[in-house]
Ligand binder design. Structure first.
Ligand code: CUA
Length: 349
């Protein structure tokens, strides 16, 4: 008895420590980041559905935890060792049909309720039929960046998925086709939807429907190699008119700036064009991001640094220095060539 009591007390302390640790970790996240990556602040239809089912599961678990922990604490206090207990056994009780029935049937009912509620949510989210106005995009996971294509709009970009906001008067969700060029990745923007993997030789589907304009951030959620943690993802939700403007800008051909001629020549003379595409030119590489409108993007290297002239120069000079392991090689350009190429890339607005 004494031994069992000690084991129970030990467990209670471990429970309490783990619980407090989880609370501390949750509360210590920087508030701004905690908001924009929180599954508890859904701003999109599928994320809302996931949020509701998560609340149900958490409520059930919290109730079970409180009951079990409460009974444990009660037992520890009520039946603790008292003077005069030495050498005495407490009454031994074997078998109680009522108790055993209760702790078998109640969990079965809880599990059935959770299964039914989860099945309905999965059906609602995965069975959604795209409306006629839906935007379609294909997201291809690469080590370590996101290729984003809009087949119907003829747009190819990277790392930043632009979508219209869905309004109650005109719902406009975005349906995504998820593919991978190499290993398994996972698309996760917590405020917009649950995770969905991108698997080589397979096509997965998911959809998002942001209801507020703004930038939603996420990250690859499946370990995919050295730079998995820096495979960041931005979803930029525009008011419908702004989305139209973005589409028109992306559909336009790249700017031809006579002043950047020298850099353009260096770009086309080195092997940049084997990996990168620039619309309406002979550069049609598929291995790296499309650069037609490079400077319209906010970041470089899938969110590693902001997209400024200095960072772009540092990136082209030595990508490994900015993002160790990045598959873009150091082209060993001279300082002069580097300045020219950067000047040319800066015109690709
Ligand atoms: Cu891609 Cu982790």
């Amino acid at each position: 008895m004494k031994h069992r009591l000690r084991v129970q007390t030990g467990f209670a302390w471990i429970f309490a420590a783990v619980f407090l640790l989880c609370c501390a970790v949750t509360l210590s996240a920087p508030p701004a980041l905690a908001d924009v990556t929180s599954i508890f602040r859904p701003l999109s239809t599928p994320a809302q559905a996931v949020y509701e089912i998560a609340l149900l599961a958490l409520a059930v678990c919290a109730a079970i935890f409180l009951i079990v922990a409460g009974m444990l604490v009660y037992t520890i206090i009520r039946f603790r060792r008292r003077p005069g207990d030495e050498g005495r056994e407490p009454p031994q009780v074997y078998g109680s049909n009522q108790i055993e029935l209760a702790w078998t049937v109640i969990p079965i009912i809880i599990v059935i309720v959770l299964i039914l509620a989860t099945t309905r949510t999965i059906y609602d989210v995965q069975g959604a039929i795209p409306p006629a106005d839906a935007v379609n995009a294909t997201v291809v996971g690469h080590q370590w960046w996101w290729e984003i294509r809009y087949p119907k709009l003829g747009i190819v970009t990277a790392n930043e998925l632009h979508v219209p906001v869905s309004e109650s008067s005109k719902r406009q969700p975005t349906f995504l086709r998820l593919e991978s060029a190499d290993v398994a990745h996972s698309f996760w923007v917590p405020q917009l939807a649950g995770k969905t993997d991108l698997i080589p030789n397979r096509e997965n589907r998911m959809w998002i429907e942001p209801i507020q304009p703004g930038t939603y951030v996420g990250n690859c959620a499946e370990y995919c190699g050295l730079q998995h943690a820096r495979m960041l993802l931005r979803v930029i939700a525009h008011a419908p008119a702004d989305f139209e403007k973005w589409v028109a800008a992306q559909q336009s051909p790249p700017v031809e700036d006579a002043q950047a001629r020298a850099g353009r020549d260096v770009f086309f003379a080195t092997s940049c064009i084997n990996c990168h595409a620039i619309k309406t030119t002979t550069a049609n590489g598929k291995f790296g991001p499309d650069l037609t409108h490079l400077m319209s993007r906010q970041t470089l290297g899938a969110g590693v640094v902001t997209n400024t002239r200095e960072n772009l120069r540092a990136w082209v000079r030595d990508p490994q220095h900015v993002k160790p392991g990045a598959l873009m090689p150091n082209m060993q350009l001279t300082d002069g060539e580097l300045d020219q190429i950067v000047a040319y890339l800066m015109t690709l607005k």
